[in-house]
Design a protein around this ligand. Structure first.
Ligand code: GUN
Length: 304
């Protein structure tokens, strides 16, 4: 049997460390870490995610503020709100939930967030810092940061000599994941929907990371024996008349070949919110000129 990578347990340990760090920050400065989450429109899945983020921020002892804007919010209105939050001293992290309604220019909105408050790591300044290997002053996108923490649990911090294949090339996940793996000395291939013979690329991977959004696309025949599989997919299916969540990897059959594998749910998913909380305390510590909390380092967060 492979190691089943327990993202729920790891996320809980990160959240405990974040609570400690938030408590330390407030004890020393009387300031709570502040996180503002903006959601536009009525997408039910996005509302569920955002509610979970806001609730967790409160649980962590943060000043948690949620802005729920109507579907017909204009570009100017959302840019004005981001600009106000950029200038607000009590807010250390800003997240605009994606996707935004079609009439809004997501890229323009995301790029208007101050890089030091960009807890999603999507600003070009943060993406550029990650790409140039500067992990000490930037903020890294939450899902790849969480996935990487799980990879480090299996392989340690130095991936020298290991091959990693990332399937998916989004700005939110694939590209930053590639940079994190490269930074840890893995030999990295980026595969995507236009890649020829995806299966043979996947099969070359010691570490296979999948973020394509297609239920159970990766089959056992794609997996190198003993590989570590990180499944970033969350797909709702109705197979066997039973609604359930499945990943981008056919878990049962791939688990028979892999050395370690993340389940869905309970793998990468819980790490995203935990790392958002970690990024918020990191951003608050930097703004308040405090040392980053050793509690975060102890649970494997790369405190930068
Ligand atoms: N939508 C789905 N995942 C994410 C995320 O990590 N951040 C933001 N801002 N929107 C998302």
């Amino acid at each position: 049997m492979p190691t089943i990578i327990d993202g729920k347990k790891t996320a809980a340990s990160v959240v405990e460390a974040v609570k400690q760090a938030a408590f330390d920050i407030e004890s020393r400065t009387s300031v709570k870490p502040g996180l503002a989450v903006i959601i536009v429109g009525d997408d039910p899945a996005s509302h569920t995610y955002v509610a979970a983020k806001s609730r967790m921020a409160k649980d962590c002892g943060f000043n948690s503020v949620q802005y729920t804007l109507s579907e017909d919010t204009s570009q100017d209105e959302i840019l004005r709100l981001v600009s106000q939050l950029n200038a607000a001293p009590e807010i250390h992290g800003i997240l605009v939930q994606l996707p935004l309604p079609r009439h809004l220019d997501s890229e323009l909105v995301v790029q208007s967030i101050l890089p030091t408050k960009d807890v999603d790591g999507l600003n070009v300044t943060n993406a550029g810092k990650l790409a140039t290997g500067d992990l000490s002053t930037g903020l890294v996108s939450c899902t790849p940061a969480g996935a990487m923490l799980l990879v480090r649990q299996i392989h340690g911090g130095d991936l020298s000599g290991l091959t990693a294949v990332v399937i998916g090339r989004s700005n939110l996940f694939g590209k930053p994941m590639v940079q994190l793996l490269l930074n840890a000395n893995a030999t990295v291939t980026i595969a995507h929907s236009r890649t020829k013979d995806l299966a043979s690329h996947a099969k070359s991977a010691d570490i296979l990371v999948v973020a394509v959004g297609r239920a159970e696309m990766v089959r056992a025949a794609w997996v190198k024996p003993g590989a570590t599989i990180i499944d970033v997919g969350i797909n709702r299916t109705n197979s066997n008349e039973r609604p359930r969540l499945v990943g981008d990897v056919a878990f049962g059959e791939c688990a028979e070949v892999a050395g370690a594998i993340t389940p869905v749910p309970g793998g990468v998913g819980p790490m995203t919110i935990a790392m958002l909380m970690a990024n918020t305390v990191i951003a608050a510590s930097r703004t308040l000129n405090l040392e980053s909390s050793p509690a975060l380092r102890d649970v494997g967060v790369q405190v930068r």
